[in-house]
Every structure is written in C-alpha cells, then in structure tokens.
Design a protein around this ligand. Structure first.
Ligand code: AMP
Length: 419
C-alpha cells in the first residue's frame, strides 16, 4: 500500500508556492505598517488552554481537536487556532508590564478535524493579528479597515464585510434569557447536540450547521436588541469610525462565531466571487475582553482576527506565469561543466537566480530545459568562451544573442531582466 498524506491535509508543491509567498509577504508588509510585530508560538499546547478559551460546548472543542496524550503524561492538542496561544504567551511573559498596547501578528498551520471540503481542510493556514490593551472601538474600526484594505490589495474586490456585537456579560445574560424563551417551543425539533447546548450554552445553537437548527436560529431574536447602553455606545462608535474611514460594511444582527470567547465587536469578511463555493468566509474576528483575565492575566481588553490563507488564495486572481529562474547556464561541451558551475556561482553571488544542468547532455536538450523553466536568459559557455573569458548571452524571449565579457555577464543579464 502506498502511503498518502492524511485526509484533509495537503502538500503545497513548489508550483503553487509563489502565490503563497506573495500573500504572506503582502500580509507582513501591510500589518507591519500598522505597528504589528510577529509572534510565533508552539503548534501543540496543553489541551486545557483551548477548552477554557474556545469553550467546552463549541464544535471545535467537542469534535474537532487533535488531542493526544504525551507518552502517558499530559493531554496535548494541535492548535486549532491562534488566539488562545497568543493570549497564553501574552500572560506567560507578562507583556502587559512592558507596554500598554501590544500588537502581534502570526502566520501558520492550524488543525481541526472537520469534514474536508473545498476550502475546508484539517490542516489549514491562518494569518492573524491580536491587539491587547485597547478597549476600542476605534482600534476595532482600524483593524477592520486594515484587513479590508489588505484583501482588496490582493485583487479580491468582491467581498462583504459583516459587523455585529455580542455585547459584554450583562448583554449576554439578557440575550440568553430571550433566546431560551424563543427556543423553548422548538426544543423537540432541534438536534440532540442543540438540545444539550440549550442547557449548557444556548448561544451555540445559533452556530449549528444542522439545516433545521439553522432555520430555527435564523428566526431567533437579534442580539443587537439586547445590548446594554455601554455595549450599544461601543457598537455605534465602531460604526461611526468605519463610516469615517470609508470602509463599507453591513450590520448583521445574528452574527455568531464558532468560538465562545468573543465579547462586543464581531466581524467577518465573506468572499462573493466565484471559486470559493460554500466556504466563503475569508476571515473572522472580534473582541475578547475577558480572555486574558480568564487565563490568569490582568484585566486586559483585546481584539483580533484570523484569515484562512487557502481561501484567500482561491479568491486571488492568478498571476502571470512567473519563473523561479533568471539565467540558465548551458555547458556546450562536457569538459566545461566545472566552469559552468563556477559561472553559476559568480552569477548567484551577484544576486541572480541561476539554474544549470550539470549532468551534461546536448546543447539542444539544455536549451529545451531553459525554455521549460521559463528562464529569460541562457548563458552558453563552451571551451572557446572559457579561453576568451566571455559568454554567449541569449535572450530567450527576444531570441537575440550577444557575446559578453564574463565579468560583465551579471550586469548585462540584470539589465535585460528589467526590460
Ligand atoms: P475561525 O478561527 O473559525 O474564526 O476561522 C477564521 C478563518 O479561518 C475562516 O474565516 C476561514 O477562512 C479559515 N478557516 C477556518 N477553518 C478552516 C478550515 N477547516 N479549512 C480552511 N480554512 C479554515
């Protein structure tokens, strides 16, 4: 039996990687402009971290975590998301004592044992940010504006920004009662999970994917009607700032996210273009003002979001056929192969991306490889070129050829590459 990658986990092969690099670089550049700094945390964490932050009755914790026992000692889990780890690191390193506001970003793989589908994987990549120490709402608007601008800079223009508020604990309590009153007569129609959730955590019913539950949830009262005055003022402040920034958005009263830790601001960006299919949530985020304290830190407001990189890649327009090679070196005779390696090193030291075929082979077959790799330039080196200290420089796009002194070969190649 041949071994294959684990179901729902994909290889990302070199042909796809330039698009990934483009996305990752654009993300880093964008968030660094806003003062975010990268943080890296482990891929495995104590299981209790996710149970306590994401919530015991969420789908992630109940059904999707990759949890294992570390050689009979401790229960560990592959991280299903980044915020819990960011908060753990923030608390563990007492970051609040070092700076009043902390802005972090991260990129990396996450693990959830979901049913694989287009745009939904068991190992997937997220890029996210977290801001600690600012209660908002202006920073909420700024991060939403930042990410909307980022998505549009990728050439993804057909998106919808949804914002909502789930309020603080007092709002939640009031809403919980209203929701239970609404759900009570439907109890028997709900799935068994939701019946259990009604007792443990009724808000989770709103997030159930079972069709009948989703229909019932769609008719539930809106959270926004139950906001306390403070929570409402916060939500209005967010909307005013978004309007001032010119960020288009739609208020969605029934926005719920699959994680329990959110308070007040919630947001999602949906991709509306073709190609995404049903999994069209490009990113989700919100405020989580209680998580730092609940994980043992000081009372610290915070907000963040995470984007699914695979989904962004699916929504991004394709780039033109690029190449990972600038110059392909052709050794005209087997005797000059060592010289070809030396020329390669000279050009690479000058910053060019260089390939060659040091196995030898005919001139024609080497030139064919240069074409196949989409190299712009072939540099042909034979015994007479070595003797004279020159190379034949062939522009494979323009189909022109010139002889260039070897010390000038790199500069000449670079000049051609600019055209
Ligand atoms: P969440 O952490 O659940 O708020 O999800 C944030 C974003 O991560 C979503 O909007 C998706 O873009 C992405 N995402 C979540 N789960 C998956 C998955 N199983 N496969 C691919 N992307 C995902």
């Amino acid at each position: 039996m041949s071994l294959r990658a684990v179901k729902g986990m994909k290889d990302i092969l070199p042909d796809e990687i330039s698009k990934w690099h483009r996305l990752e670089t654009a993300f880093r550049q964008r968030v660094e402009r806003y003062g975010f700094r990268e943080v890296r945390f482990p891929i495995v964490e104590p299981t209790a971290l996710f149970v306590r932050s994401i919530g015991e009755t969420t789908d992630i914790v109940e059904k999707e975590m990759y949890t294992f026992t570390d050689r009979g000692e401790k229960s560990l889990t592959l991280r299903p998301e980044g915020t819990a780890s960011a908060v753990r690191a923030y608390v563990q390193h007492s970051i609040q004592a070092k700076e009043p506001v902390t802005k972090w970003y991260y990129l990396g793989p996450m693990y959830r044992r979901e049913r694989p589908a287009k745009g939904r994987y068991r190992q997937f990549y997220q890029a996210g940010i977290e801001v600690f120490g600012d209660p908002g709402p202006y920073v909420d608007a700024e991060v939403i504006d930042m990410v909307v601008g980022f998505i549009s800079s990728l050439g993804i223009t057909d998106v919808e920004v949804l914002v909502g508020s789930i309020g603080g604990p007092r709002t939640r309590e009031r809403y919980r009662d209203a929701l239970l009153t609404y759900l009570a007569p439907h109890r028997a129609e709900l799935c068994s999970d939701c019946q259990r959730r009604m007792d443990a955590n009724p808000l989770r019913v709103l997030d159930c994917k079972v069709p009948r539950c989703a229909e019932i949830a769609a008719e539930a009262p809106s959270m926004l009607q139950y906001l306390t005055d403070d929570d409402r003022a916060h939500f209005e402040g967010l909307q005013e700032a978004l309007t001032l920034l010119g960020t288009p958005y739609r208020v969605e009263g029934s926005l719920v996210r699959g994680l329990d830790y959110y308070t007040r601001t919630l947001f999602e960006v949906l991709g509306k273009g073709e190609g995404l299919g049903a999994q069209n949530a490009l990113l989700g985020g919100g405020r989580y003002d209680q998580m730092v304290e609940s994980l043992g830190g000081p009372d610290t407001p915070a907000i963040g979001f995470a984007m699914g990189l695979e989904r962004l890649l699916m929504a991004m327009p394709d780039e033109g056929a690029g190449s990972h090679v600038d110059v392909f070196i052709v050794a005209a005779q087997p005797e000059v192969r060592a010289q070809a390696a030396l020329l390669g090193r000279e050009l690479r030291d000058a910053g060019l991306r260089v390939e060659s075929d040091l196995r030898g082979g005919s001139l024609k077959s080497q030139l064919r490889r240069a074409d196949k790799m989409n190299a712009r330039i072939a540099m042909i080196l034979g015994e007479s070129e070595v003797e004279q200290g020159v190379v034949q420089l062939k522009d494979l796009r323009e189909q022109t050829q010139e002889q260039v002194p070897r010390p000038q070969a790199a500069d000449r190649a670079r000049a051609l590459l600019q055209t």
